[in-house]
Design a protein around this ligand. Structure first.
Ligand code: KG4
Ligand code: ZN
Length: 334
């Protein structure tokens, strides 16, 4: 089954063709990072305009690279939430128009849920059950994927998402947007023991909380203004606090639930400190921790097409009347 995926929930305009939920035939991503950089964050109005300008190009390029025309695909999977409403509408209207004109069925996809499936495009042996740690700019979720579409929710962030914490910390440190990759780059040369930031464990709960950590950084910087000589050490110390909690809680949960595989997805899954922390904690490679490859960690339409395939395969009906939902939550659909 060939699925055309369309993703426009935030600041990446993307289209992809995926075969049978696993094989990426094409995956075209147009990133708006350069556009938003001077504002040090995503400007919703600019994001939707840029999606309008690029969406036709990325869709035709994804089909061209796959050597296909629209009538060759079996369905279109499009992100309907969560995300910026104007951005989501561009993807939805494009998908609906293509669906009407070419008579191809369409299915709506939850973007955050799709991050949990991205690693399946890379390691074809992966299948549920697995524990998914989804760490993106807007979400931090720990979900037991019992089967395709069958979930048990373990925890989520009570305040800032992991990526948001990185981005806000980077802003305080005067670094460029998006801050996560900048902190990661500087932390690689720094001393993680330089500042002892608190680890927000929230013992007894699967939830996360990063706003206190962010405040600690703020107070630290008030007393110790950032200097060229210390910035890498502060980045390393901040990153250590975030990744120790993310990896520690995921590993503890996997052990408690007896799950042998953890999948890590979302933009923060690209963080090299998080990858190293999981390696450190996994004794004899148990549980097995699988990261989506870097290009599938951040937003892309291949993961949307992948989840679209599984939804159709396991009985979800196509729907010609999609609604965009900026605060859409993950829910079981089987
Ligand atoms: O999944 P994503 O592309 O978009 C959302 O769905 O939000 O994630 C973007 C987030 C941003 O907050 C960005 O700073 C963070 O992922 N990020 C990273 C790294 N690469 C991207 N955070 C830490 N380290 C990285 N290497
Ligand atoms: Zn995302």
């Amino acid at each position: 089954m060939l699925i055309l995926g369309i993703e426009t929930s935030c600041d990446e305009t993307s289209a992809a063709v995926v075969k049978d939920g696993r094989k990426i035939i094409s995956n075209v991503v147009y990133s708006q990072i350069a556009l938003h950089r001077k504002f040090r964050g995503v400007v919703p109005e600019l994001a939707s305009r840029a999606h309008v300008e690029k969406i036709n190009y990325v869709v035709s390029e994804a089909l061209h690279k796959a050597k296909l025309v629209l009538t060759d695909v079996d369905a279109i999977a499009v992100t309907t939430g969560p995300g910026l409403v104007g951005s989501l509408l561009v993807g939805k209207i494009t998908a609906e128009t293509l669906s009407w004109v070419y008579d191809v069925p369409i299915i709506g996809i939850n973007h955050v849920e799709a991050h949990a499936y991205a690693a399946l495009l890379y390691d074809h042996s992966l299948k549920p059950p697995f524990l998914a740690l989804i760490v993106s700019g807007g979400h931090t979720e720990l979900v037991l994927v019992k089967n395709y579409g069958k979930y048990r929710f373990i925890g989520r962030t009570r305040d800032d998402a992991a990526g948001e914490a990185f981005d806000k910390a980077a802003k305080m440190l005067g670094l460029e947007y998006p801050g996560g990759p900048e902190i990661d780059r500087l932390a690689g040369r720094g001393n993680p023991g330089y500042v002892s930031f608190p680890r927000p464990w929230l013992h007894g709960s699967g939830d996360f909380s990063f706003s206190g950590l962010k405040t600690s950084l703020l107070y630290y910087l008030r007393k110790n203004p950032v200097q060229a000589s210390s910035i890498k050490d502060i980045c390393a110390s901040f990153q250590a606090a975030v990744v120790e909690v993310l990896a520690g809680k995921a590993m503890e949960t996997a052990q408690k639930l007896g799950v042998s595989t953890i999948i890590v997805g979302g933009g923060v899954a690209a963080n090299s400190g998080l990858r190293r922390e999981f390696q450190k904690l996994a004794v004899n490679l148990k549980p097995r921790v699988v990261f989506a490859p870097l290009e599938l960690c951040t937003d892309n339409a291949a993961m949307i097409a992948c989840l679209g395939y599984y939804k159709l395969k396991y009985g979800k009906k196509t729907n010609s009347d999609l609604k965009v939902m900026p605060s859409l939550k993950i829910a079981s659909w089987r």
